[in-house]
Write a protein that binds this ligand. Sequence first.
Ligand code: GLU
Length: 294
Amino acid sequence: MSSSRYRGRFAPSPTGPLHFGSLVAALASYLDARAHGGEWLLRMEDVDTPRVVAGASDAILRVLEAYGFEWDGAVMYQSRRGAAYQAALQTLQAMGLVYACACSRKQLAETAKRGIDGFIYLGTCRERPPSADAALRLRVPAERIVFDDRIQGRVACDLASESGDFVLKRADGVFAYQLAVVVDDAEQGISHIVRGADLLTSTPRQIVLQHCLGLATPSYAHLPVVLDPVGDKLSKQTLAAPIDPHRPLPAMVQALRFLGAPDVRAVGSLAEFWAQAAAAWPGAIRPLRGRRPV
Ligand code: GLU
């Protein structure tokens, strides 16, 4: 595959320092891009400004640099992309696909069933007049989304019954991750997405938005999620230990082993690590193939 066809990315949320789970996503997306002669772009997903931690973006960039990741082009910051998200929202509004929803979380908790990711919203506010200070939701089309994930295999989702109409812009004015990520993946020309399987339930919502906005759907590969010793996903919210910016090698070797290259040797330098990782990569993704959808 030529470099003009493969463009990958890593898109951390600066809500805390980089932890081992994010390192796995960074490493896999990077190695896959380079194995295809492709580019690897970086995007700071700081759209949810109330959750952004001061200094986290810079700290993440410094760790990636210290670990020897080399990204192509300038880093994109979602906090500067409001106009693009607003334009996409207006396109959807002009198509009659957006409505205001004034339901509180408490109301949803009392009435709605849980779906693939949060509550299933069955369109209670669809016919209500627009109100200020309300969230904006996408009227989800009756369309079954099916895609072939490079790792998880075929994934199918009936969004209307499994997720329902989802939020594009919150009542506090913050654009939702689902909208921002679709607009930005298109803007950055991303052809291949490699990320954690915790985002697998988001992908059908992103594909439906791509369909509505007339955007191409990238290829997806969702990596197994790294779990902590009690079986929970490692995340910044659960305060997973940050990776050590000064000792890249142990974490990188562990990440490559997690990705399915058990024979990785402990090495003495980052250059040796990267050479070994590039050689291991085509083999590393294979054991992950054919896993059952999560
Ligand atoms: N910002 C998201 C996260 O850190 C990742 C989004 C994505 O890769 O699409 O979990």
